[in-house]
Design a protein around this ligand. Structure first.
Ligand code: NAP
Ligand code: L37
Length: 281
């Protein structure tokens, strides 16, 4: 069994990105990222602060818009419109979830597809599905980068994803399928979930429930990727019962220090990519 060091993989990637930013600056391009957060969800705040800090560390131009919980949908749409037209900004990220009175779909639709570094705009989602060049969602693309870094064979392997959200499960399925995995997507209505997960060479857990995946569910030698982030008694844990599953898995990601840091690295990657595209590079 090997524990995957997501922090190390993300640090290496960010090191390369930093050099790239320096080169871009020599030709007068400074990649710019705008992150919007609405309300005071503590977890969202932590992630957004980390995104801002990482952007600054890489030498990006970074702006955070912390908006009041009660902001109207119209005001949020206006801000996005302004950022769409701001030439210093190459990437716009709206941290989800948004308060109930705001229509998330309307908000995501408003982001210019050239600046949609989260890859959540339906046009980018469509491009991803048909295999065209698009901004790929950060978390699932981060998982792909982990698998590549660890030389995990994907072609012909059975990947079982638990979770079908638009931000993790569904795009994860698309990216693994593109890489020739046989993909099964499980969700809350799935029957015989345990038997299905037992068939997996690669398991991706994105449920949002601590200890959801236990050792009995996992095949000996499987690669186990834990996307879940749950807080239990103030401690951060994933969706996988790490201590028992690690005895059966050939490779496993921990929480924290697994997928989370890769999510942020991929956001930086997409923002720099966006600046390069705009600059014709
Ligand atoms: P979500 O929108 O709540 O989706 C959860 C999915 O799990 C749903 O598809 C749901 O099925 C399924 N599910 C719930 N209970 C289940 C059960 N008993 N059996 C089988 N499936 C079940 O969550 P998300 O946004 O995808 O996030 C999932 C987890 O990943 C969360 O812990 C989140 O914090 C974490 N996350 C981490 C990162 C990172 O960078 N590491 C990024 C994003 C999210 P239905 O569709 O049928 O309801
Ligand atoms: N791109 N990501 C994007 N857009 C969104 O709308 N909600 C959302 C989203 N999710 C997200 O940012 N998730 C996320 C989760 C965990 C980390 C970063 C981003 C992360 O850095 N996790 C660290 C631990 C952080 C902590 O101590 O709380 C880890 O090691 O897992």
């Amino acid at each position: 069994m090997k524990i995957i060091d997501g922090k190390l993989i993300s640090a290496k990637l960010k090191e390369e990105l930093k050099e790239e930013v320096e080169k871009l600056k020599e030709v007068g391009i400074v990649p710019g990222l705008a992150v919007i957060i609405v309300g005071n969800d503590p977890a969202s705040k932590t992630y957004v602060n980390s995104k801002e800090k990482n952007a600054e560390k890489l030498g990006l131009y970074s702006v955070k818009h912390q908006l009041d919980e009660k902001i109207s949908e119209e005001q949020l749409l206006k801000l996005i419109d302004d950022l769409n037209n701001d030439s210093k900004i190459h990437g716009i990220l709206v941290q989800l979830p948004l308060p109930n009175h705001i229509d998330s779909k309307k908000v995501l639709n408003k982001i210019s597809i050239e600046k949609d570094v989260d890859g959540f705009h339906p046009e980018n989602v469509g491009k991803m599905i048909v295999g065209d060049k698009a901004f790929l969602p950060c978390t699932p693309n981060g998982v792909i980068k982990i698998l590549e870094y660890e030389n995990v064979e994907i072609t012909g392997k059975h990947a079982v994803i638990i979770g079908r959200s638009n931000i993790v499960g569904k795009p994860m399925a698309a990216l693994l399928l593109e890489r020739n995995a046989t993909v099964t997507v499980c969700h809350s209505k799935t029957k015989n979930l345990s038997e299905i997960v037992n068939l997996a060479d690669i398991v991706v857990a994105a449920v949002g429930r601590p200890n959801f995946v236990n050792a009995d569910m996992v095949k000996e030698g499987a690669v186990v990727i834990d996307v879940g982030i749950n807080r239990v008694d103030g401690k951060l844990v994933g969706d996988v019962d790490f201590d028992s599953v690690k005895e059966k898995a050939s490779l496993i990601t921990p929480v924290p220090g697994g997928v989370g840091p890769m999510t942020i690295a991929m956001l930086m990657y997409n923002t720099i990519e966006s600046a390069k595209r705009r600059g014709g590079i």
